[in-house]
Design a protein around this ligand. Structure first.
Ligand code: G
Ligand code: G
Ligand code: MN
Ligand code: NA
Length: 252
């Protein structure tokens, strides 16, 4: 396939770049981190969405070197910000293939050392379906990752296959409420679900981050339901390195 062939060379041709999206705590009114998201500047097609090429990268195994590159760049970026007094964690999305590659922990340790970054400034985002794929193995590896001091969050929570019965066994730090919840808060029954998730998270000592926060109404509903950390277009869209520096300048 055309895209697959191009993807093979995209890393060496330096066609990938990273956009960063801020995470904001409304209670303290402070920035609390960034999510790193990959983009591919294809020479003919323009910017290709990860929705299109990540599945190909997962099938071909290219996701391993791509994620390694993401981890390296995200750690370097967090370190660069730190040197300017902006001390913020950066999160990177993982694929199940990383857990099957057998040296995820060494990889994470290695990128932290290369960037000379403190482990608590790196966060990894996983999804429920990844855990369910091989429960015991993923739990074991997440335990080792967290033992390094690296944070782990469960992305897209509440949409995929449910891992709710396992939540007390999965070693994570936070739940990221999928943006479908945020966009559907105007019925009492939907709010009841969020309310229950937030209470459960509190009792399990997990932070909750709402995704897809686009307007003041979202913020009001979520705050009322006890969710205080937000990510979404209201605070900032995923921005390239030049845009994000301007954003930081305007928000610090
Ligand atoms: O950034 P955007 O909304 O276009 O991302 C679409 C999807 O691609 C999201 O589910 C996001 O988690 C995923 N994604 C973005 N960057 C990465 C990445 O570096 N690695 C993986 N595995 N997924 C990513
Ligand atoms: O699956 P994951 O949560 O990693 O996907 C993150 C993606 O969600 C980002 O790539 C970004 O493009 C998208 N996103 C971020 N904030 C918003 C938002 O406020 N509204 C919508 N519709 N999409 C968002
Ligand atoms: Mn994510
Ligand atoms: Na998500």
């Amino acid at each position: 396939m055309e895209l697959e062939k191009d993807l093979q060379r995209a890393l060496e041709l330096r066609e990938f770049f990273i956009v960063y999206q801020p995470k904001w705590n409304v209670r303290t009114d402070r920035l609390v981190g960034f999510e790193a998201l990959i983009r591919w500047r294809h020479p003919r097609l323009g910017v290709v969405s990860p929705l299109e090429f990540i599945p190909i990268a997962e099938e071909t195994g290219l996701i391993i070197p791509i994620t390694r590159w993401m981890l390296e760049e995200a750690c370097k970026q967090s370190k660069a910000w730190q040197e300017r007094g902006i001390i913020q964690p950066v999160s990177v999305n993982l694929s199940i293939r990383l857990f099957q590659s057998d040296n995820l922990i060494e990889l994470v340790q290695h990128v932290l050392e290369m960037a000379n970054l403190k482990p608590h400034l790196l966060e990894l985002e996983i999804t429920e379906s990844m855990v369910l794929h091989d429960v015991n193995e993923v739990i074991r590896q997440l335990g080792s990752i967290r033992a390094l001091g690296v944070k782990v969050s469960m992305d897209d929570f509440g949409t995929g296959y449910s891992s709710i019965g396992l939540l007390d066994r999965i070693p994570i730090d936070a739940l990221k409420l999928d943006r479908l919840f945020t966009n559907d808060l105007d019925t009492p029954s939907k709010r009841a679900i969020i309310n229950a998730i937030v209470l459960m998270a509190e009792n399990l000592n997990l932070d909750v981050i709402a995704e897809g926060v686009e307007n003041k109404e979202h913020i009001d509903f979520l705050t009322e339901l006890g969710c205080h950390v937000m990510q979404g277009y209201f605070y900032g869209k995923p921005m390239d390195i030049h845009e994000i520096d301007i954003w930081i300048y305007e928000h610090e």
